[in-house]
Design a binder for this molecule. Structure first.
Ligand SMILES: [Fe+2]
Length: 234
């Protein structure tokens, strides 16, 4: 059955992604052999293009994007087919173009900017029929209360964006069982790009999600005291 093992890759924020992101994703791919891979957005950070002030100690827009692409490249081979949902960081090139009055048709596509494989497709959001026949909605974010979002959609929901949320909330009605899943993120919390968050008590939760035969599972990347992946494959 199609969509029996749907791997969800959480916010990566290349080039400010966790240094062990590829090793972790490779291990997950080997263990779970996903038949569908969905990238929940913020695949690149775009700090230098942001509407917020640019940290003078971080790279220029061009250098940042080139580094992001170089770090992302191994994923092109590991996951030649991937669906990506649009996100606030991932879409910065288009948001900035629009802000400055540049017609979007003059700007390259997501795939062309990144040099991504033909199998990578970007969507505003996605509804996928899982292998158990249930529908699941994938979006970057529609709010922090994932159960409410799921109830409003009338189907299960997976979303990203909230880096410190890594949770599954089940609910049911007379028609069936549903879930909302927040999949955390895959960022490098030590990067200067996230210094805005340094004083917050809640720290980002590093990991991914998977849906196996219609049921969700969180896949935490367990870190050692130096912030590196300890090698455990959840
Ligand atoms: Fe994000």
């Amino acid at each position: 059955m199609a969509n029996s093992r749907v791997l969800i890759i959480s916010d990566q924020h290349y080039p400010y992604s966790h240094p062990d992101i590829f090793a972790f994703l490779k291990a997950l791919a080997k263990k779970y052999k996903p038949d569908r891979v969905i990238n929940i957005g913020d695949e690149i950070d775009g700090h230098s293009l942001s509407f917020h002030p640019h940290d003078p100690d971080l790279a220029s827009p061009s250098d940042e994007l080139k580094t992001a692409i170089n770090r992302m490249k191994p994923l092109f081979k590991l996951f030649p087919k991937m669906d990506l949902v649009e996100s606030n960081h991932g879409s910065l090139v288009y948001r900035k173009a629009k802000f400055h009055g540049i017609p979007l048709w003059t700007v390259k596509s997501y795939r062309d900017i990144l040099g991504a494989p033909k199998g990578w497709a970007w969507h505003t959001h996605l509804v996928v029929t899982l292998s158990n026949g249930a529908k699941c909605y994938f979006c970057h974010t529609k709010g922090s209360d994932i159960q409410k979002v799921s109830q409003a959609m009338g189907m299960s929901v997976v979303s990203g964006h909230m880096h410190e949320r890594f949770e599954i909330r089940y609910w049911a009605n007379s028609e069936g069982l549903y879930f909302g899943m927040h999949v955390g993120c895959l960022i490098d919390d030590d990067s200067l790009a996230f210094s805005y968050n340094r004083l917050n008590l809640k720290r980002p939760l590093i990991g991914c999600g998977i849906i196996i035969d219609g049921l969700p599972k969180l896949l935490p990347m367990v870190l050692n005291k130096h912030g590196r992946w300890n090698g455990y494959v959840p």
